[in-house]
Design a protein around this ligand. Structure first.
Ligand code: OKP
Ligand code: ZN
Length: 345
């Protein structure tokens, strides 16, 4: 299995995030990636290689040009205003009011291009996000060359909440969507994205919602109770040419392997029916019973079962890291998915 990481992730190190009305140390931290690297090093699944650097073209296949330019410069603009700390937005458009004009001021643009208050931009955010996209692209390229049948990219910051022109949920560039588009542009006619993170991948859904060449299937906490709140219901099935190519499996709080594994089986049957040339797994392990953001109850061994079920798809598979915030167990849980996949493949 091809294993790819990026050194740039450390530069994205937010000070705080809002949690229940208070500021707490950011949960999406460099320690997450360090823990996964440590566990991967001991797992013997293969050598861990550094991402190669791509130009912006594959990112611009998914994200709007002005959005990317904004991300590149946002923190420098923030500092030039004499401000310390991390850049955060202040306000969002109200339902039914105009949202089509990009404001001129930095504060206006931070608000325009975001959808939550929980995603700080730091001095190293752009470089880290670009490194994460490079990791996903490097892993994707190893699949489309046919040299590898499976790969993992250790992406930080994560990506599945980011849409064409919008960041939030700790995500800036949609690593899985960028990789999916790259595979489409390099010989794959159909790509499936299977999102197993605890949270709905609203950004990925949005990007591919009108398309029939990329299927999106996601298992996640019910948006009626959990972030990202406004997307992820089962009746969102795609639109236009993409009608029937979006499959959401929201689960109630307390889902254990019995409930979660049944949803995975249903999602995998949708992926099978689509007959994709490649599968991208948005791999969050925040479904873990001990995760600070999770109401689900998966145990360490369940991640072996998850990998084994995904292996039954018998397609070239790219695992792209998303969430997972129980730092002490994140390495073991990620390795278990990859090991379960490798042993069953
Ligand atoms: C990103 B990923 C707690 C609020 C949490 C954001 C959750 C982002 C999850 N302070 N809200 O899907 O793992
Ligand atoms: Zn998540």
């Amino acid at each position: 299995m091809k294993l790819i990481c990026s050194d740039q992730h450390r530069g994205h190190d937010a000070l705080y995030e809002f949690n229940r009305g208070r500021l707490i140390p950011a949960l999406e931290s460099p320690a997450r990636a360090a823990a996964i690297l440590g566990a991967l090093g001991e797992a013997g699944l293969g050598a861990i290689e550094l991402a190669e650097s791509f130009d912006l073209a594959p990112i611009l296949r998914v994200h709007r040009h002005d959005y990317v330019a904004f991300l590149q410069g946002a923190h420098a603009e923030w500092s030039a205003l004499g401000r310390g700390g991390d850049a955060l937005p202040l306000a969002w458009p109200v339902r039914g009011l105009r949202d089509d004009r990009v404001p001129r001021s930095l504060d206006g643009r931070l608000s325009y291009y975001s959808f939550d208050i929980g995603t700080p931009i730091t001095a190293g955010t752009w470089t880290a996000a670009k490194g994460a996209a490079d990791a996903a692209l490097t892993a994707a390229r190893s699949l489309c060359s046919g040299r590898e049948s499976s790969a993992f990219s250790l992406c930080r910051p994560p990506g599945h909440h980011a849409a064409f022109d919008c960041y939030g949920g700790y995500c800036f560039l949609n690593n899985a969507a960028i990789a999916a588009q790259y595979l489409r542009d390099h010989g794959s006619d159909r790509v499936a994205v299977l999102d197993v993170d605890y949270h709905h991948g609203n950004g990925t859904q949005h990007i591919f919602y009108q398309r029939n060449d990329v299927l999106f299937a996601s298992i996640h906490a019910d948006p009626a109770t959990d972030f990202p709140y406004f997307l992820g219901y089962a009746d969102e099935t795609g639109a236009g040419a993409g009608a029937g190519c979006n499959h959401n499996f929201p689960l109630a709080a307390g889902a254990d392997w019995a409930a979660w594994g049944a949803a995975l089986d249903a999602a995998c049957r949708r992926v099978d029916a689509f007959a994709p040339d490649a599968v991208i797994v948005s791999l969050g392990v925040d479904t873990f019973r001990g995760d600070p953001l999770s109401s689900f109850l998966l145990e360490g061994d369940d991640y072996l079962r998850m990998g084994a079920r995904i292996a039954l798809l018998a397609r070239p598979t790219l695992f792209v890291l998303e969430g997972g915030y129980a730092v002490d167990e994140i390495g073991c849980n990620v390795v278990n998915v990859l090991r379960g996949h490798a042993d069953a493949a």
